[in-house]
Design a protein around this ligand. Structure first.
Ligand SMILES: O=C(O)CCC(=O)C(=O)O
Ligand SMILES: [Fe+2]
Length: 314
């Protein structure tokens, strides 16, 4: 069977006037995609094309700067903000295994997220909500504004996905699963992203024109007792025939949930007489253990998640 990431039009959930019947059809399609693929291409998401085109330009604006300039925007490993240079992270350690090559990942990234200052009236912990580090307007004049505009829209799409469970009872990167609840992934159409299927084969995936990719993170697997699982994926460096590396751009919005929220298995996903597959954990503790692996080189003791991954990769 060809590997085709399912396409789901979430319009009925995005538009105010979606009827319950239309929404039920979307929810059933999402449930099917989450149980089988764990990756979805969503259309009808309502993110204007001008905004994603602007995001692509903003990415170019920053990443074409000299390495030394970009390095000025680094933060310590425990602060998941700002620039990450190539070969500074190992996503395999977020899963609790050492990659066979022991090489660090090739990708470079710029990390942004919610910050303590976004919640002036709430007692949030800056350990989980560190301040953003933005490039100066001299270095990248439109970056901050365009990334922030996309961030707002990607957050809206992520929250739509979480709302959309439909039933009250369900609510050049190393191979990894994402850490949080859902990821909204914008990517250009340069090949590189690969997804592992249930039989253990890797498949190239690039979103169709106008689609955003949605994939599930480990917290969703914990929450749903693996009815919906976090799918393994990786990014191959896009190397051209003449040996040069082609630039590939992507922007992942990680919807992780509130740091202090406790993720416990949804009771209806546990079969009669069975114990849940995972112990409860707060979002903050789970994400900190994963980041300790990928950013600080401390192998994460993920237990069940590690076993699942090693079984899949053989
Ligand atoms: O670049 C991509 O397409 C995937 C990025 C990714 O997997 C991640 O940031 O977790
Ligand atoms: Fe990922």
């Amino acid at each position: 069977m060809p590997f085709a990431v399912p396409v789901v039009d979430i319009g009925p959930y995005v538009q105010q006037d979606g009827t319950p019947e239309q929404r039920a059809i979307v929810a059933a399609a999402i449930d099917e995609a989450c149980r089988t693929f764990g990756f979805i291409q969503v259309i009808g998401h309502g993110v204007p094309t001008a905004l994603t085109n602007g995001l692509a330009e903003a990415i170019d604006e920053f990443f074409r700067l000299d390495l030394e300039v970009k390095k000025a925007y680094r933060t310590p490993p425990e602060v998941n903000r700002g620039y990450t240079a190539p070969k500074s992270e190992s996503l395999s350690l977020s899963l609790g295994y050492e990659s066979s090559s022991r090489m660090k990942d090739f990708f470079e990234a710029f990390n942004v997220g919610l910050a303590k200052s976004d919640f002036p009236n709430l007692p949030v912990d800056s350990k989980h909500y560190p301040e953003n580090v933005w490039p100066s307007t001299e270095h990248a004049p439109t970056f901050k504004h365009r990334v922030q505009s996309y961030f707002v829209e990607a957050g809206r799409v992520a929250r739509t996905e979480v709302r959309l469970d439909g039933k009250d009872d369900l609510m050049g990167m190393g191979a990894h699963t994402d850490f949080g609840i859902v990821t909204v992934l914008w990517a250009d159409q340069v090949r590189g992203l690969q997804v592992l299927d249930a039989q253990g084969s890797w498949h190239d995936v690039s979103p169709m024109e106008g689609a955003l990719l949605i994939n599930l993170g480990d917290l969703t697997a914990r929450w749903t007792n693996e009815r919906w699982t976090s799918t393994l994926h990786r990014v191959k460096p896009p190397i051209l025939e003449n040996g040069t590396v082609e630039r590939r751009r992507s922007a992942a919005y990680f919807h992780d949930g509130n740091a202090e929220a406790l993720i416990t298995t949804i009771p209806s996903t546990i079969a009669e007489g069975q114990a849940p597959l995972y112990d409860p954990i707060t979002v903050g503790d789970h994400i900190a253990a994963k980041l300790g692996g990928s950013r600080a080189g401390r192998r994460n003791e993920a237990g069940r998640e590690t076993q699942r991954v090693l079984a899949a990769t053989g």
